[in-house]
Design a protein around this ligand. Sequence first.
Ligand SMILES: *[C@@H]1O[C@H](CO)[C@@H](O)[C@H](O)[C@H]1NC(C)=O
Ligand SMILES: *[C@@H]1O[C@H](CO)[C@@H](O)[C@H](O)[C@H]1NC(C)=O
Ligand SMILES: *[C@@H]1O[C@H](CO)[C@@H](O)[C@H](O)[C@H]1NC(C)=O
Ligand SMILES: *[C@@H]1O[C@H](CO)[C@@H](O)[C@H](O)[C@H]1NC(C)=O
Ligand SMILES: *[C@@H]1O[C@H](CO)[C@@H](O)[C@H](O)[C@H]1NC(C)=O
Ligand SMILES: *[C@@H]1O[C@H](CO)[C@@H](O)[C@H](O)[C@H]1NC(C)=O
Ligand SMILES: CC(=O)N[C@H]1CO[C@H](CO)[C@@H](O)[C@@H]1O
Length: 664
Amino acid sequence: MLLCSLALLGSVVTAARAVTVYGQIPLAQTISADPTNTAIVAVKTPPAHSKAELIPQPIPNPPPPAAYTLNLQRDAAAVTGLSVPHVGAGFGGFSIEMSVISQVLGKNSSFIPVPWLNLMANLQERAGSVVVRLGGNTQEYAKLVESNPEPGNTFYKDMSDLQGTTLTPSVHYTKDMFYMASNISALVNVKFFLGIPFDDPVNWRLQIAENAQEILGDNLLGLQAGNEPDFYQLFQRRTVYSPQLYTEELHDLIAKIDANPRIPNKHMLLGPSVGSSIPGVTWTPEQVWETGWIDTFKDRLYAITVEHYPDNNCVAAFGGDGNTPAVIPQEVLSRYITHRAAVDLVSPYQNSGRLAAAAGKPFIMFETNTASCGGFPGISDSFTAALWGVDYGMQMAWSNFTHGMLHVGGQNVVYNPFTAPPTNQSAFNQWTVGPVYYSAIVLAEAFGKSNTSRIVDLWGNAGNVHTPSYAIYERDVLSKVALFNYVNDPSGASTSQVSITIPGGMPTTVKVKYLLADTLVTKSNITWAGQTLGNQLDSDGRFRGALNVTTINCDAGTCVVPVPAPGFALVFLDSTAEQVNVGQATHTFATTARTKAHNTAKVDPTVLATSNGHSGMNRDEGFGSTSVGSISAAPGRSMMLVEGLMTLGAVLAASAWVMRSVFR
Ligand SMILES: *[C@@H]1O[C@H](CO)[C@@H](O)[C@H](O)[C@H]1NC(C)=O
Ligand SMILES: *[C@@H]1O[C@H](CO)[C@@H](O)[C@H](O)[C@H]1NC(C)=O
Ligand SMILES: *[C@@H]1O[C@H](CO)[C@@H](O)[C@H](O)[C@H]1NC(C)=O
Ligand SMILES: *[C@@H]1O[C@H](CO)[C@@H](O)[C@H](O)[C@H]1NC(C)=O
Ligand SMILES: *[C@@H]1O[C@H](CO)[C@@H](O)[C@H](O)[C@H]1NC(C)=O
Ligand SMILES: *[C@@H]1O[C@H](CO)[C@@H](O)[C@H](O)[C@H]1NC(C)=O
Ligand SMILES: CC(=O)N[C@H]1CO[C@H](CO)[C@@H](O)[C@@H]1O
């Protein structure tokens, strides 16, 4: 059965191989032939920019009680089940697939997109720093090269060098990738994770570790040792593989690192990064822990990592075995607008979270999002995903995860926290900010910069899954309360009225910031404290509009906080907390204000500025794409397939088929 599926995967890939595919860009668009008119003529909207909405869920029957009370403790000492303190960097980080780095971050170290810097600056202002991983499935075959065929391009996809069962083209990158990352860290406080290729465990390619340590210095936090090793056997990267064999390879890798003077820091590995998506086929974290993994390697680790997506859209995105129906987003919408989504996703990792905390190691969800293979249109790119992302992040934080990294793909996916505009669209201000970016912003404010924030899931309103709630303690006292309302009711009748009390009385006023949109399924006008990052193809990464923080007057020691349906409220008990007044970050990167914020930057500000302005999005040089050449007249679907196969999508696409075969 398994072999059948792999053979099928092989045949699909072979069929697609004839298609010449490069960057994802002109794929679905044509550009006006008049070079002075750079307006996009949309022939077919790329998925990342679709406007189609799902139908909102009806009000649950019975509806959650609209009014409820949370009786909370002021002192952390009186609370059981608080998480570990969340130290440094916002909880939410980003995982950028190796094959789309140039699409997101630009063609080389001279071109760093201004909107992206603004998005990072907004998180930095709230959380102090941001963690970003460059890697994914495509890191395994990535090769450091002296130069690429096209001068000035840091990345190149070698279509003549197809690897593995999935025939993934290998990504060739130059040393400039490290300068690119370093230049980013010089501008915004972004800390990086990279990954050591695991395709050849005999002749380890350690150049990524050598160069990253040398060039990035303290801005490199860790190096992943194996990406989803539990899939290596399934995808014939190893003939036989097991947690024990992975452990043995890790010992060998460590011996090579120890013997390498160009890798001075020998204690920054990340693992095991199991995907554990297929019960009985891939590995649970526990199967890895049973080998004594944590004790054996903890001295060598920066953090313990896992990867997981709640569902996949592989059949719709890439086709399947002909028997597996595609998931219909409307039918799974309800799974995302309940607290159960977060609880069910995270509970399998609670044991691992305790083990990581006991070992004193960060515990990172290294790669996740609403659904693999690009996400579900209408869910991943609507307000639903914003609320889901906050609840999931808080649930992870409560279970002692220290970061949750949202995966970023190209223009063919809908789950992106941010999407760069198509290659040669004139566009320093035409990025699309996805709903899950707002989730990262909310999490950054919720945990702040004190390094003392601990969180607990309150299961308020008698545990109603439509109205979850959390309390956050900072410096050992209650500092914030997080309130969700997953109901979609434009009538206003389902607005929650949440009474919050603490022994000794609440402050006389509290401040509230709301995450709001008109409906759960809308893709437009999401606001956080009244400000928005703009709609599709409409953002320069800066918040717009006036900051709107609501003051609630409390009466007789009780504060009643309304939470619209749908909506989310972050209640600040300390009205003077720094995060209360944070709107658009003070540190901005504007193409029109070249000198602003760049005085200390090492990147030439002129180049930086123009790189995303009208002249920078180079029209002829394939800027933003990792390769050159023509796009054949093949149907878009085949192109998507090949593009997907360059990424994690491939792993999960195949896993969907295999899963079905195994359990059929
Ligand atoms: C919090 O931790 C980060 C990272 O360890 C550190 O840079 C920062 O100074 C700490 N902040 C406080 C207030 O201790
Ligand atoms: C980046 O590309 C531009 C335009 O092709 C080129 O002028 C510049 O030298 C390149 N920078 C690097 C560091 O390669
Ligand atoms: C998180 O870690 C803390 C401290 O070790 C522990 O008390 C708590 O039970 C853990 N949380 C979960 C959900 O396991
Ligand atoms: C978004 O808000 C703007 C400004 O208030 C309004 O003009 C526009 O119609 C809204 N869009 C949608 C889809 O609601
Ligand atoms: C500020 O937000 C509150 C709560 O959503 C809303 O009632 C009020 O109208 C907003 N004020 C402005 C000026 O937008
Ligand atoms: C956009 O890029 C494509 C592919 O590189 C190219 O064929 C096309 O001419 C470009 N359009 C413009 C207006 O430069
Ligand atoms: C701070 C930093 O790493 N700056 C680098 C930016 O990129 C250029 C190459 O384009 C390097 O020379 C700098 O060292």
